[in-house]
Write a protein that binds this ligand. Sequence first.
Ligand code: ZN
Ligand code: ZN
Length: 413
Amino acid sequence: MTTHQNQLEKYAALALKKGVNLQRDQGLLINAPVEAADLVRILTAKAYGMGAKNVHVEWSDEIVSYMKMKNAPLSVLENFPKWKVDALEGMVKDGYSLLTVYGPNPDLLKGVKPERISKANKASGEALTNYREYIMNDKVTWSIVAYPQESWAKKVFPDDSAENAQNKLWEQIFHITRVDQDDPVKAWEKHNETLRKAREFLNLKQYKRLHYTGPGTELTISLVEDHIWHGGSTTSENGIEFNPNMPTEEVFTMPHKYGVQGTVSSTKPLSYGGNLIENFSLTFENGKVVDYSAESGEETLKHLLESDDGAKRLGEVALVPNESPVSASGNIFFNTLYDENASCHLALGKAYPTNVKGGSRMSKEQMDQHGVNDSIVHEDFMMGSAELDIDGETKDGQFEPIFRKGTWAVDFE
Ligand code: ZN
Ligand code: ZN
């Protein structure tokens, strides 16, 4: 077996054991691009080896997707097929685990009219509301792992041949996900422990507000009452521990949808719907974006913000120290799964109901009263840097340093 093949096997095993934590007699749904067939076949073999009752693969192909976006009548893009919704909902209702293999071309839909993309995104976002509820409430176990498709690898390493770029990106992925260590499963257990300490510290503190200061950023974020910080592994409704993202370096909680004031500037490009949004800033009043600008991709940003009412409000606040293994790589990945784990970030759109006590059982009205944001989108964007300071404001108005110069100012031990 070549080293690459050996690493691929370890990566697949890690995704199934520590990612979705697949159980005997469970179904597994894999969403993957056709380019990732080698990994998907290994995943499938291992999943059956672990006792899966069925492995269903939803294949996609970027070139085919591009052709559809470019050519299909708008009426087709605006109607997400019901049979597909039924199939996906059927699987989560039957307790399937969900594994997404992800490595899109960040510029795929450059040249396609933004309103066509936004209409298609809106249609799928609305059609998949129920399906998304299963995921965002951890009713099923789910995980996302990366695969360096050629188009993505060439974006990260533009001066290399396609083959070299893919090899380099694999090397990064194996390193950052700890697959290059002797026992990646053990390494993840240790890593989850570190993140557990950070989130437990913050859960005890129950800060009322977070104050952010950095270049182009002066922002205050109220946290919802009884918020819960998550990070590393989490537990599904039926008690299975899993890691939703590989890699993951963040601890995150819930901002109050009406409690965000000030301006935030992005520090890394955001790839959204096949287009890049770069060097943008957002100004908030009472939780809502009232002004924005972007050096490039402003029209894409506009469509993102106009997806629905909740898209202009925050649904996640995440802390990531600037010296995480992802940022240590020195690369910009143009891929949210990687870039968000190199940088403090926020998300526009839907909040994870699990980030507040009792959140999974709240009605729409209760969610609104509590400040829990709802939307058909959830888009992380990066705003951390080596110059970012964050203070926590306690319930009695004291300010305590949480981050200084982009890293923890707190000792959790
Ligand atoms: Zn995040
Ligand atoms: Zn997020």
